[in-house]
Write a protein that binds this ligand. Structure first.
Ligand SMILES: [Zn+2]
Length: 393
């Protein structure tokens, strides 16, 4: 007997919308399907000449990552061709002539049934909520990211009373009337996760915005962002919906020192916020054991294993195993962080299933779980836990 995840449905708890990119060259495909960062623009901003040598160098960076090789092998199986990028892209360009049918076949092949999508990235008006929902052959559940709203309000010439009113109104509208099923914050990309729960005081918002407007510094932007995150948690509690907080790895802009889940301890154990359901996005990888610990000691904290799966490739089995050292089986949730192309969600699902079966089998072999418990846990982690957390049934 083995843990069998092959037929389990999958809810992808954290990903982003995308549009049909049309036919692609091998380089374009590699750029879009790889982990974000390291683009030509990125190097050009650093004063590096953009020429064929640089293009080759960056393609090497993308194609020599284990994740990318795994992706080629999986897609070669899907298309029934040799695992060479050029052949796969050729097959793909044929397949996307019927884009809807192609995405449908991909997602049927891994039984991906639901995408819980953060529409705050990409920040691109062409990626429309209604259009993406219509394009996808599976259920789409939208999540609202608070940072674009904060940026918009900071640009507006308004005082604190107006700022606060517009912030609350926009979030309440998103949750009550626009179909969003929760909020998301990437404050780890901005000012970090070391957030005092006392930031919830409205006076902190007032003082911080005033200091920003007058340019007097004193960590004003951090204080404002900390306050607004506290307010978002309160709104999630009022609407009985979960909050996603980015922890751990991200693109080159992330504050990799101040993204550790452990930094959230003060905030999330504070009595005011204990009722909030909080999903630690990426399970804080590479600090995923900290996320697992928080999910153990704080009853409403959850771990989402996205982005480490699939981009950290063979770490997938270890991410599950180490997150589950402390996190309850009912609080670990599968996700991919797919974006840009439908293949990332597909590869995440493939790897997410295989690695989970391996991690759970290890627990059966070690006498930690029975076969039945492991099989049940697989269903929960791949779909059941997310469906319960987001009230999807
Ligand atoms: Zn993401």
């Amino acid at each position: 007997m083995m843990v069998d995840t092959s037929t389990s449905p999958i809810v992808d708890v954290h990903c982003h919308p995308f549009v049909n990119q049309g036919e692609l060259t091998p380089n374009q495909f590699a750029d879009l399907v790889s982990f974000p960062g390291g683009s030509l623009e990125f190097m050009a901003e650093g004063g590096v000449d953009v020429n064929d040598d640089l293009i080759d160098e960056l393609q090497g960076v993308r194609r020599d990552v284990v994740y990318f090789r795994y992706l080629l092998h999986q897609l070669a199986n899907f298309f029934d061709c040799e695992p060479h990028l050029e052949l796969i892209v050729k097959e793909r360009n044929k397949a996307i002539q019927n884009y809807a049918g192609y995405v449908k076949n991909l997602y049927a092949d891994c039984n991906l049934t639901t995408l819980i999508a953060d529409f705050g990235y990409p920040n691109d008006p062409s990626v429309d909520k209604a259009q993406f929902t219509k394009d996808m052959p599976v259920e789409v559940i939208p999540i609202y990211r608070i940072e674009p709203l904060i940026a918009e309000l900071l640009e507006a010439d308004i005082g604190w009373d107006e700022f606060r009113l517009r912030y609350d109104d926009a979030l309440a509208r998103a949750l009550e009337h626009e179909g969003y099923r929760g909020l998301k914050s990437i404050i780890a990309y901005r000012t970090g996760l070391d957030i005092s729960p006392l930031s919830r005081s409205p006076d902190q918002g007032l003082k911080a915005l005033d200091a920003i407007r007058r340019g007097t510094g004193d960590q004003a932007t951090k204080k404002l962002r900390d306050h607004l995150l506290c307010r978002a948690l309160e709104l999630c509690m009022e609407h009985n919906l979960p909050m996603q907080i980015h922890t751990g790895l991200g693109d080159f802009e992330v504050n990799l020192v101040l993204c550790r889940p452990a930094l959230l301890m003060d905030l999330l154990r504070f009595p005011t916020f204990r009722a909030c359901r909080v999903l630690l996005v990426h399970s804080g990888y590479p600090y995923h054991t900290e996320a697992g610990y928080l999910a153990n000691v704080l009853p409403r904290v959850y771990c989402d294993v996205s982005e480490g799966i699939p981009f950290a490739a063979h770490a997938a089995r270890r991410i599950y195993a180490e997150t589950l050292e402390m996190a309850p089986l009912s609080k670990v949730v599968y996700g991919s962080d797919g974006f840009a192309l439908p293949e990332i969600n597909y590869i995440g699902a493939k790897l997410g299933k295989t690695a989970l079966a391996q991690a759970l089998e290890d627990l059966v072999n070690d006498g930690m779980l029975s076969q039945d418990e492991a099989q049940d846990a697989a269903g929960l982690i791949l779909a059941g836990n997310a469906r319960r957390l987001y009230g999807l049934d």
